[in-house]
Design a protein. Structure first.
Length: 166
């Protein structure tokens, strides 16, 4: 039987800050023109090869991007406690996490804290550090989780997302 966690307000926070719920990219008119041309080329190819599932996926992806484009990301609370992490109204126990890593390269615009889950199906958790000093965060997390010292750069998926502004 799954364990029910108490409300997030009941955990003692060691440190906390606000993070945007998603990365908002500034896109130029040229980006939109390029995206429309790319979508039309891919849709034409999908129709030509009779791959209608891909057509549905492209249309859904375009709809999601259009609907979210004008929306500003909400600020959600992120906190480190002695028992786990608090992300918005969700609590993540340290037992669910495999490790953490910090990629702090301000000149490249990368200031992120990453958490890998033990469950490989669960996606990586990426937390923006904003103006937080990464050293006290690292020292605190080392009490609860191992650090992945192999990660020196942000994941390729995030690099490509930033490059293509998606």
């Amino acid at each position: 039987m799954p364990q029910i966690n108490p409300p997030v307000e009941q955990y003692d926070e060691i440190m906390a800050w606000s993070v945007p719920e998603f990365d908002k990219h500034e896109r130029s008119r040229a980006w939109y023109v390029g995206a429309i041309i790319f979508a039309l080329v891919v849709l034409t190819y999908s129709f030509w090869t009779a791959n209608f599932l891909f057509v549905v996926i492209i249309v859904l992806a375009a709809a999601v991007m259009i609907l979210n484009d004008g929306r500003e990301p909400d600020k959600i609370k992120f906190a480190v406690s002695g028992e786990g992490l608090i992300v918005g109204k969700k609590f993540i126990d340290y037992d669910e996490l495999k490790n953490f890593s910090i990629v702090y390269k301000p000149r490249q615009g990368v200031k992120k804290l990453y958490f890998e889950f033990k469950n490989v199906v669960h996606p990586r958790l990426s937390i923006y550090l904003d103006n937080m000093n990464p050293l006290p965060i690292r020292e605190t997390l080392l009490n609860y989780l191992p650090e992945d010292l192999e990660r020196e750069n942000e994941p390729l998926s995030e690099q490509l997302g930033r490059l293509f502004k998606i």
